[in-house]
Design a protein around this ligand. Structure first.
Ligand code: G3P
Ligand code: CA
Length: 332
C-alpha cells in the first residue's frame, strides 16, 4: 500500500460529493462516486439503508421503485407493498424486503430523468453498492491519487429501522471498525437527521458526527419540536455535546432574499463546523433569476452562489456538482 505520509491531507474546507456526483451520474452508484472522486471531491456521500439480511447499502430511500429496474422484475412482483415511514405513506419496493443477493440482481437508474436526461445514458450500468464497496473504492482511490478521500455516510430513518429489528448504528460502526476507520481522525463523518441516533453513535464511536437540520419540521424521533429550536444558541450548545458539526439547509444560513442569519457565528461559538446541503446547478437559492434548469452554459452561476456561502464562513458543503464545487472551493 501507499505510505500515508505521502498523501495530501484534506483541505480545510471540504467538498462532499452528494450521492456521488449525482448531477452527472445516477445517484448512489459506484459510477457516481467514482465521478465525484475524479472531479476532486474530498468525501463521497452514501445514504445508508439496510437489506433483509442486515447488510448496509446506499440508496437515498429504502423505497427503490424510482432508482432501480425492480418494477421490471416479475420474480419480485409480489414484494410490492405499502408502508408508512416517518409519516410518509409509500407504495413500492423496499430494500429491507430483499436480501443483498436479490438486490444485486437489480440495476440502478437515474431518479430525475427529466431534469438530468444525460444521466440516463448510464441506466442499467450499475448495481446498488454496499457500504463495503464504497469504503473499498475510497481507499483504493486514496492510494492511487495520493490524497485522502473520505466517506460521509448518512443513517436514513434510523428509528424506523430499529423498530423493525434492523438497527443501523451497530452495523455501521462494525463496518468502520473493519476498515480501520473507527477513530476520531478517520476520514469519516456520520450524519443523521435524528438526534437519538447520533447520541447512540456518540456512545459507540469516536468518529465525528454531524447533526443534520432542515428549515422546517423537526427530527423524526421527536427529540425536538422543530429544527428551528435546534438552531438557537441553546440548541447548538446541546448538539455540541455529541456532534462535531451541523448540516443545515442552505436557507438556514442565507435566506432566499439574501439575508444572512447568525447560524454560522452561533455554531462556531460553540465549536461546531457547518456543512450545509445541497448545492446543485438546478436550484439557485440566492439567485432565482438564474434558475436555468439543465442549461450547462449558466452552471457557472452556481460557483458564485457557493462563493457567497464560503464568504459567510462555512467549513464545507454538499454538492451534486463537484465539477463546480471543487474549483469554487479551490479559488476561494
Ligand atoms: O445529507 C445531507 C443531505 O443529503 C440531506 O438530504 O435528502 O439529500 O439525504 P438528503
Ligand atoms: Ca444525505
Amino acid at each position: 500500500g501507499q505510505d500515508r505520509t505521502m498523501q495530501k491531507p484534506m483541505p480545510r474546507i471540504v467538498v462532499i460529493g452528494h450521492r456521488g456526483a449525482s448531477g452527472e451520474r445516477p445517484e448512489h452508484t459506484l459510477l457516481s462516486y467514482q465521478r465525484a472522486i475524479d472531479l476532486g471531491a474530498d468525501f463521497i456521500e452514501p445514504d445508508l439503508v439496510p437489506t433483509k439480511d442486515g447488510e448496509l447499502v446506499a440508496r437515498h430511500e429504502n423505497a427503490i421503485t424510482d432508482t432501480t429496474d425492480v418494477a421490471a422484475h416479475p420474480e419480485f412482483a409480489d414484494r410490492k407493498t405499502t408502508k408508512t415511514i416517518d409519516g410518509q405513506t409509500i407504495t413500492g419496493w423496499f430494500t429491507e424486503d430483499f436480501t443483498l443477493a436479490e438486490l444485486k440482481t437489480l440495476r440502478a437508474k437515474e431518479r430525475l430523468p427529466k431534469l438530468r436526461p444525460g444521466n440516463t445514458a448510464y441506466d442499467g450500468q450499475a448495481t446498488i453498492p454496499t457500504l463495503d464497496e464504497i469504503i473499498a473504492l475510497a481507499k483504493k482511490e486514496s492510494a492511487r491519487l495520493h490524497r485522502v478521500i473520505g466517506i460521509y455516510p448518512e443513517t436514513k430513518h434510523p428509528s424506523y429501522f430499529a423498530s423493525i429489528g434492523l438497527p443501523l448504528e451497530g452495523r455501521l460502526v462494525a463496518k468502520l471498525k473493519a476498515a480501520g476507520w473507527d477513530r476520531a481522525d478517520a476520514p469519516v463523518f456520520i450524519q443523521s437527521f435524528e438526534v437519538n441516533n447520533l447520541k447512540q453513535l456518540h456512545a459507540m464511536t469516536k468518529v465525528p458526527l454531524i447533526q443534520l437540520m432542515a428549515g422546517s419540521q423537526g427530527p423524526a424521533d421527536h427529540a425536538y419540536a422543530s429544527y428551528r429550536e435546534m438552531a438557537t444558541p441553546e440548541g447548538l450548545k446541546a448538539i455540541a455535546a455529541y456532534a462535531t458539526g451541523i448540516g443545515p439547509e442552505l436557507t438556514q444560513i442565507i435566506a432566499t432574499d439574501g439575508t444572512p442569519s447568525t447560524l454560522v457565528a452561533d455554531a462556531h461559538a460553540v465549536g461546531l463546523k457547518l456543512h450545509p446541503w445541497t448545492f446543485r446547478a438546478e436550484n439557485y437559492f440566492l439567485m432565482p433569476a438564474y434558475r436555468t434548469g439543465t442549461d450547462p452554459a449558466t452552471h457557472g452561476r452556481l460557483a458564485e452562489e457557493i462563493d457567497t456561502f464560503l464568504k459567510a464562513g462555512i467549513d464545507g458543503f454538499f454538492t451534486d456538482f463537484p465539477s463546480i464545487g471543487v474549483p469554487a472551493r479551490d479559488s476561494f
